[in-house]
Design a protein around this ligand. Structure first.
Ligand code: ADP
Ligand code: MG
Ligand code: MG
Length: 886
């Protein structure tokens, strides 16, 4: 079995096997770019190691063979005392997990080869000892679990003794002393000397990279990003090149376009005389990449040409890691870069303009989650709010919250329901839990490519990084800025687009994209790259999609807004709220009615109120279908709570008041009490038990439609009966409704459809029968999920879903994204059998899933006619319905 691939053997399409980093190193190698030679150990080797706890047979031999050919090619041997070949051992999974796993640099250095390295570098002792101390530090930390702070403290001690804050002020002797200190730390924690055998270093480092797949923070990150847990990581063994050889060397990262805004240009950070992770970790402040032009024009020009080449090759934004060793440029990594939601749209639009991709591809490259992010509100700034600091807008959004300084505190306060902003000098992978809990992240160091920035962008969380006016004091739980002190618990606001930081809570306003959807920004006439790109891609999605998108709306205002957002009708108009507020009184009378006359009076009083509600909605949705659901929840929801009522009655009795009415109410509440109301007297059952209730609603709907028609409009009501489990239920309701409709509609030309929700599993399983009595089905996937799994949405999410997610019983809550195998199968059966019984049966969905991207794709596949979702989700559903086609 082949476990090891030379860089010349791979290519970018082998990410499953070689990981993203390995596949792209191979791709660059084959493009002829200067990549230090090396080889990749496959994810399969990692999977085998993780499954059995030992390296698979044959792996050691293959590594040996590839190492030998690498040594031949380089003319050096690993760890040779006179002229050592050094390598890095780098993790690299299929999906990028920035900083989550391990990398060890300078493998092959020991007490002898450090001398040879110095000699080969022209007697550069400082460089050689700096490299050696880095090896012991990284190897100790990642391979042998020596606490990283121990090394950091030792480094700080040396700097303090020297009276400096800057690593660069340390000379060869300082670093040699540091190596001794590091070795002692290593011995203390591991009970053994730092390994001097180069090959042993290599094998242990490879094993550590395998194991880092299951490091706690990697597991957490995967869960958050929904990356499967069984992929494993590849391991890349790469010839070292050195950015720490002096001022004519350095290391940097670059993006081919701005990953925050999508703007064209050169974006990146450069750090002279530095190695590897110094840039990403934000340890020293970097300079903007443009300054490299002054420092080393040849390398700079070459880098720009490589970047252009990579963009053209990948037809997308690329990010790059590079190192310059004494004026020679080396490419160490590239990948299609992560980007903000705004940049995703803008770049897709630009690439279409540049002819690199077509509109289908552009549509494919953005997604509903990104669009949803662009619809977040933004800060509404007036003179009152002046920024106190400005960092880098690392991940957009507007977040206000209480300041916290540790991950633990962030988690604690968030659990109490507080919004928190995690403030750190710089974040590291151990801060992940706090970053997840926080509304926003603020750091005083690090650029767009720092850990905080990359991880926050991935999570879609607001982040300002590198706000260096802020002086963070974590132990004292405060920071100072512009002469003011901000302590834990004080509120700040951060703008992840502009990078500005404000004290106090800044109010928010709708985003530009929302203004565009609202119709208040005209994309043809404003100079806003984002709005234009969104407009263009949405237009394309609308042209492509087969699914219609409706909205769930119960009021005229919601209907109007949803229509502006592109809704093509209402898929669910709930009538419950029409029974609340002042109308409660009437409902009470209805429920308590003893005599026929009393009930009719109550219904007669409700009728005009309902009719007015429907008229308003039909007006707003003129010409488009409106599905009205007859009343669904249990009636006791409209009555006062039992205990409170009992107390009131007792008190009134005590005072000798007349309580006949209250007592009757109390008796009714007692009578109607249900142990399990969601499985009780609700939906169609209620309609069959309370005479006249559904009839009143049907009449109100039909009359409102006729009123609209007479006023010159077109109302298209669709009456939907909830909670049907048997066709007989629907037939009974239908017979009565048809009579009323015929009587009301007369010759007005109004057409009223009658259909049902499919939300009880039995309905899905007998859909063929039910379709005989239904002109449409609308899948109520909330109830259907609830009843298919047998758990109550209101109770279980907080109670045990975390455990189910942890165990992988489901990867995401089935209330959030449709459970394709179970609930989805019910939908599929009902759709097929319903259509078989009644060709042309209209099919829609009106649960929360209607606005969930993955679910929209599923409903497209099943062949529904439309999805319906909340007004704010309508654009997301339109986009995803388009994406489902391309
Ligand atoms: P990550 O996936 O966390 O970015 P990498 O494997 O890319 O980790 O390595 C961490 C850092 O070390 C990067 O800055 C990278 O450029 C640098 N590095 C890795 N391999 C080499 C090498 N062979 N020579 C010089 N620098 C290297
Ligand atoms: Mg990297
Ligand atoms: Mg329901």
């Amino acid at each position: 079995h082949k476990y090891v691939y030379d860089f010349t053997e791979g290519n970018k399409d082998l990410k499953d096997l070689l990981g993203g980093k390995g596949a792209n190193l191979a791709e660059m190698t084959n493009l002829g770019l200067p990549v230090p030679p090396g080889f990749t150990i496959t994810t399969e080797a990692c999977q085998a190691y993780l499954a059995t706890g030992r390296e698979p047979d044959g792996l050691a031999g293959q590594i040996e063979a590839h190492l030998e050919s690498l040594e031949r090619a380089m003319g050096k041997r690993l760890g040779d005392p006179r002229d050592p070949l050094l390598v890095s051992v780098r993790s690299g999974a299929k999906f990028s997990m920035p900083g989550m796993m391990e990398t060890v640099l300078n493998v092959g250095l020991n007490d002898q080869s450090v001398v040879g390295l110095s000699a080969q570098a022209g007697g550069n002792d400082r460089f050689a000892w700096d490299s050696y101390r880095r090896l012991i530090q990284m190897f100790g930390k990642t391979v042998c679990e020596v606490p990283g702070e121990e090394f950091e403290h030792a480094l700080d001690d040396v700097k303090r003794a020297k009276g400096t804050h800057n690593d660069l002020d340390l000379d060869a002797d300082d670093l040699r002393g540091l190596v001794d200190a590091y070795k002692k730390i290593f011995l203390k924690h591991t009970g053994r000397e730092f390994p001097q055998q180069p090959r042993e270093q290599l094998d242990l480092a490879i094993r550590a990279v395998f194991e880092s797949w299951n490091a706690e923070r990697a597991v957490l990150y995967r869960r958050q990003e929904r990356i499967p847990a069984d992929l494993g990581t590849a391991v890349n063994v790469v010839t070292m090149v050195f950015g720490n050889l002096g001022p004519d060397s350095g290391t940097g990262v670059a993006f081919t376009r701005d990953p925050a805004s999508g703007a064209q240009g050169i974006y990146g950070d450069y750090l002279a005389n530095a190695q590897g992770e110094d840039v990403v970790a934000g340890i020293r402040n970097t300079v903007p990449l443009q300054q490299l032009e002054q420092l080393d024009k040849t390398s700079y020009d070459q880098l720009l040409s490589f970047m252009a080449r990579l963009e053209e090759h990948y037809r997308d934004l690329c990010d790059i890691e590079f190192t310059i060793e004494r004026g020679k440029l080396w490419m160490l990594q590239t990948r299609v870069g992560k980007r903000t939601a705004a940049a995703a749209f803008v770049i897709a639009g630009q690439l279409v303009d540049e002819g690199l991709i077509d509109l289908d591809e552009a549509l494919h490259r953005v997604n509903g989650a990104q669009l949803a992010q662009l619809m977040f509100p933004r800060f509404q700034l007036d003179h009152e709010f002046q920024p106190v600091a400005k960092g880098i807008g690392a991940s957009p959004g507007a977040a206000s919250g209480k300041v916290v300084f540790t991950s633990a505190r962030a988690v604690e306060l968030a659990a109490e329901g507080e919004s928190v902003i995690l403030v750190r000098r710089e974040t590291n992978p151990d801060d992940l839990t706090g970053m997840i809990a926080a509304k926003g992240i603020l750091t005083s160091r690090g650029g767009k490519t720092s850990h905080a920035a990359v991880v926050a962008r991935g999570m879609g969380k607001t982040c300002v990084s590198g706000a260096d006016e802020i002086d963070v004091n974590v132990p004292a739980k405060r920071f100072t800025v512009a002469g003011q002190t901000v302590s834990e618990g004080d509120v700040v606001s951060i703008d992840g687009t502009t990078g500005k930081v404000y004290l106090g809570e800044v109010p928010v306003m709708p985003s530009e994209v929302v203004q565009y959807f609202e119709g208040s920004l005209d994309p043809e006439h404003i100079d806003n790259a984002l709005v234009r790109a969104v407009h263009r891609i949405m237009t394309h999605a609308d042209g492509k999609r087969r699914l219609a998108v409706r909205t769930n709306a119960d009021t005229g205002a919601d209907a109007a807004r949803a229509r502006r957002f592109g809704a093509e009708g209402i898929g669910l108009c709930r009538t419950e709220h029409m029974f609340l507020g002042d109308r409660r009184e009437l409902v009470e009378r209805l429920i308590l009615a003893r005599a026929e006359g009393e009930r009719e009076a109550a219904l007669a009083a409700l009728l005009p109120l309902q009719r007015a509600d429907f008229e308003e909605i039909f007006r707003e949705m003129d010409g488009l279908p409106v599905t009205v659901r007859l009343i669904d929840p249990p009636l006791h929801e409209f009555l006062p709570p039992l205990e409170q009522l009992a107390v009131n009655v007792a008190v009134a009795q005590e005072r000798g008041e007349d309580v006949a009415k209250e007592e009757a109410l109390l008796a009714a509440v007692r009578r109607m009490h249900e142990e399990n109301p969601m499985l009780g007297l609700r939906g169609v059952r209620l309609g069959l038990v309370i005479p006249g209730l559904f009839a009143m609603q049907v009449r109100a709907i039909a009359e409102a439609a006729v009123t609209c028609a007479r006023a010159g409009g077109t109302a298209k009501p669709e009456i939907m009966v909830p909670l049907v489990g048997a066709v007989q239920e629907l037939e009974t309701v239908r017979a009565e409704a048809e009579k009323i409709i015929a009587e009301v509609v007369g010759d007005s030309g109004v057409e009223v459809l009658i259909g049902t929700m499919i939300e009880v599993p039995r309905a899905a399983l007998t859909a063929g029968q039910i379709a005989e009595a239904a002109e449409f089905f609308s899948f109520g996937t909330n109830d259907l999920t609830q009843m298919a799994w047998g758990f109550s949405r209101d109770d279980v999410e907080g109670a045990f879903f975390w455990r189910y997610l942890e165990l992988g019983i489901f990867g995401i809550s089935p209330f959030e994204s449709i459970d394709r195998d179970g609930v989805g199968r019910l939908v599929r059966i009902a759709a097929e059998e319903g259509r078989a019984a009644r060709p042309g049966l209209k099919l829609g969905i009106c649960g929360e899933h209607g606005g969930d991207p993955d679910s929209v794709h599923f409903f497209h596949e099943v062949g529904l006619d439309y999805v319906s979702c909340s007004p704010f989700r309508v654009p997301v559903a339109r986009l995803e319905a388009g994406r489902a086609v391309v």
